[in-house]
Design a protein around this ligand. Structure first.
Ligand code: AOS
Ligand code: ZN
Ligand code: ZN
Length: 388
């Protein structure tokens, strides 16, 4: 049996980072449905993130996206966040929303455009210095649409050169999170399409470069927990972008489409002793809430990650190891499924009560009146940045 007191301690210590862009308006390339009360500034996104933390107790940092969260004074922005009880997390770069980047950013055949993109990465590290952020999160939309359009191998060399510059600019406590994505916006070849490519670049760069797994960035059926296990073994798993997908990069609420997958991922985290924030994995959400109310959806996502984690912590690891070593296939599988099939909501309600929180954060948020207040106060909310 899992030690319940230790499970509760681990759940209370868990940390999940929210993305600033999830609080803003977003949509698909077909339509952005504006919602009432969405933030008009980076400060208001941070205020909403602080509210998510207030009701969940486990979301004390918010990731920023530059330039969507551009301000004149990042130190002041960090202080503002601290005054609301949260910190600034990963700094996300944007080298995909400029006409110059049509043929790529850091892999563009044009040296001037590569310079501009690389300078943006360096600017992001300056921002990290001001906010005290540890993580530089890099996602490149770079790729090509047609065979022969550009040289696949030269593009890898250009990517490596830009990553090297950014890496060399990092301070001692800072690191790179290199995200991969199978396809989109490039449809024939993406320059960082999979974990293997990201991993190889990280190894080439050095210890401060680690892989970010976005759960929506794989081919259907990919065994993501295998990737987690492999990268943990190599000490190169730095972060997650949690979200949920049915078909492609849907960016729906984490745990919505496949809570069992999230459980399997979190089991590998627990198995690798990597849940504790001291281990250094940044468990981020990377989602957009196009048709549902944003703040309660983000709270719901945090709870979904917590539920998957609680189930993973409840796996009877001694019994599992015994069954595995005995080659007892059915028993091993049922030990895992017993944990997955446990209703962990009462356990999490206890964890929250111990933290002085309402056991039901979504309902507590609805009762708080915050949503009505922001709808009344905020007129002319911002789009997250997508499809502007
Ligand atoms: C894009 O598909 C990615 O998931 C990114 O993580 C992106 O950097 C994020 O959505 C913020 O731009
Ligand atoms: Zn992502
Ligand atoms: Zn994505």
């Amino acid at each position: 049996m899992a030690d319940l007191a230790a499970v509760k301690r681990a759940l209370a210590a868990q940390r999940i980072e929210t993305p600033s862009w999830a609080f803003g308006n977003s949509g698909t390339r077909f339509k952005v449905f504006a919602q009432a009360g969405v933030p008009r500034s980076p400060q208001e996104k941070i205020a909403d993130a602080a509210v998510v933390h207030k009701f969940t107790g486990v979301a004390p940092t918010v990731a920023l996206h530059i330039p969507w969260d551009k301000v004149d004074d990042y130190r002041a922005l960090g202080e503002y966040a601290a005054s609301l009880g949260i910190g600034i997390g990963a700094i996300n770069t944007n080298v995909f929303q400029d006409d110059d980047y049509k043929l790529g950013s850091v892999t563009n055949p044009d040296a001037g455009i590569r310079r501009k993109a690389t300078d943006h990465l360096l600017e992001a590290v300056d921002i990290m210095d001001a906010t005290g952020s540890r993580d530089l999160k890099l996602w490149f939309s770079d790729g090509i649409n047609y065979p022969g359009q550009d040289d696949l191998r030269n593009r890898q060399d250009r990517l490596a050169a830009a990553l090297r510059e950014a890496y060399d600019r990092l301070g001692d406590h800072q690191r790179i999170l290199l995200e991969y994505k199978l396809f989109e916006p490039a449809f024939y070849a993406t320059d960082v399409p999979d974990w293997g490519t990201s991993y190889a670049h990280c190894v080439e760069l050095g210890e401060k470069a680690t892989v970010c797994i976005d759960t929506g960035h794989h081919a259907p059926g990919t065994n993501i927990e295998f990737i987690v296990a492999f990268l943990l073994r190599q000490k190169r798993l730095g972060a997650f972008d949690f979200n949920s997908r049915f078909y492609a990069d849907d960016d729906l609420m984490a745990g919505a489409a496949d809570p069992f997958q999230l459980f399997r991922i979190m089991y590998e985290i627990v198995r690798g002793d990597a849940l504790d924030p001291a281990y250094g994995i940044n468990f981020m959400l990377d989602q957009c809430h196009n048709i549902e109310t944003k703040i309660p959806a983000i709270i719901r996502s945090v709870l979904n990650v917590q539920e998957a984690t609680a189930k993973a912590l409840l796996v009877d690891r001694a019994a599992l190891t015994r069954a595995q070593n005995d080659g007892n296939v059915l028993e091993a599988n049922s030990v895992l499924m017993d944990a997955y099939n446990t209703d962990v909501r009462p356990l999490l309600a206890e964890v929250r009560a111990d933290l002085g929180l309402d056991p039901d954060p979504v309902r507590a948020y609805r009762r708080s009146g915050y949503q009505e207040r922001i709808v009344a106060e905020r007129v002319g909310g911002q789009q997250a940045g997508w499809g502007a």
